[in-house]
Design a protein around this ligand. Structure first.
Ligand code: SAM
Length: 314
């Protein structure tokens, strides 16, 4: 279980929840013996910081799961990774794109997790994307001296932290669909879910639609376990309509998050994040104060009532 520092994992992924870990931590319902179940592991940043002694981590992407399983089984170690990144990084700095493409073809043939790490840390924007033929197809990131000594040290330290926590805990990794994972859940478990956003099809392993959203809700409810779902609520253009339909029987917590378009301060765009739970979240009226605004916890019904009373001036 994390103290204060957030440990960032060696695998990067779009939508990584590093910044939300403290907020998630404040609102989970676990104790030392609760098994943490995470059906959409991604990089692992949430569970690796918040899970207790027992955990089931799963994802439909076999490559992140293979990577973590090899670390757990000590087939892959921080010293092997260090040597590998020095050697391959040296060739990359000499040959650039030619070597990146060579490692990418080798990975697509052999699917070696250490090549996956190399590609994940040197490709364009740290993206993970597989085409329909299951080939990794992200282009080279073109960062000069990508695997400089300080960068390798950073990655190796991230791996060392995982070696430590994997050896201390009883954590299981499985490549499987969320349906299979949720069928293994008992009511004593705590389930944290961060599924892909609907309509944001990213790659072969990462597509999501309304049917999946409904199935997720139904399986979570059927499991009898306490659960938390991370999702988005609204931005200046759109609202997540599923919060009022699929998840209407749950509680909701909001937090505003700003992202920048270009360098101008006036171009700060707000995005409201949401945590959805099937248990009452302890009433912490002010979650965060930022730029003079208060972010408050409201369940869906209070939100609707508040909206109605604002509209009717009551
Ligand atoms: C938004 S990411 C999770 C990010 C993670 N919380 C983090 O901070 O790194 C969603 C993950 O769900 C996985 N995924 C997509 N569809 C899935 C499915 N049907 N079953 C299991 N996992 C799935 C994707 O491979 C991806 O890793």
């Amino acid at each position: 279980m994390m103290k204060n520092k957030i440990h960032v994992p060696p695998i990067k992924i779009q939508g990584i929840k590093t910044k939300l870990v403290p907020w998630i931590k404040e609102n989970i319902e676990t104790n030392e013996t609760t098994r943490w179940v995470e059906p959409f592991l991604g990089s692992g940043v949430v569970g690796f910081n918040l899970a207790g002694k027992n955990a089931l981590f799963a994802d439909s992407n076999p490559h992140t799961i293979n990577f973590y399983n090899q670390l757990k089984n000590k087939e892959l170690t921080s010293s092997i990774i260090k040597q590998f990144l020095y050697k391959e990084g040296q060739i990359l700095s000499e040959k650039g794109q030619e070597h990146y493409n060579y490692v990418r073809s080798r990975f697509n043939e052999e699917q070696n997790p250490i090549d996956f790490l190399f590609l994940n840390r040197s490709c364009f924007n740290g993206m993970i994307r597989f085409n329909r033929s299951l080939k990794f197809n992200v282009p080279y990131g073109h960062k000069p001296e990508r695997f400089a000594q300080a960068y390798i040290t950073k990655i190796v330290n991230q791996v060392k932290y995982l070696e430590f926590v994997f050896s201390q805990n009883n954590w299981e990794f499985k490549c499987q669909s969320f349906e299979d994972t949720l069928n293994e859940v008992t009511k004593e478990d705590f389930v944290y879910c961060d599924p892909p956003y609907i309509g944001r099809h990213v790659d072969y392993y990462d597509s999501w639609d309304e049917k999946n959203e409904i199935k997720l809700h139904d399986l979570l409810t059927k499991s009898g376990a306490n659960f938390m779902l991370s999702t988005w609520d609204n931005n200046e253009y759109r609202e997540n309509e599923y919060l009022k339909t699929v998840w209407k029987d749950c509680n909701k917590l909001n937090k505003e998050h700003f992202y920048h378009i270009g360098a101008k301060e006036t171009n700060r765009k707000p995005m409201i994040e949401a945590l959805i739970t099937n248990y009452k979240i302890e009433n912490k009226p002010v979650v965060e104060k930022k730029a003079g605004k208060k972010y408050v916890q409201l369940d869906l019904f209070s939100m609707i009532e508040q909206k109605q009373s604002t509209q009717h001036g009551t």
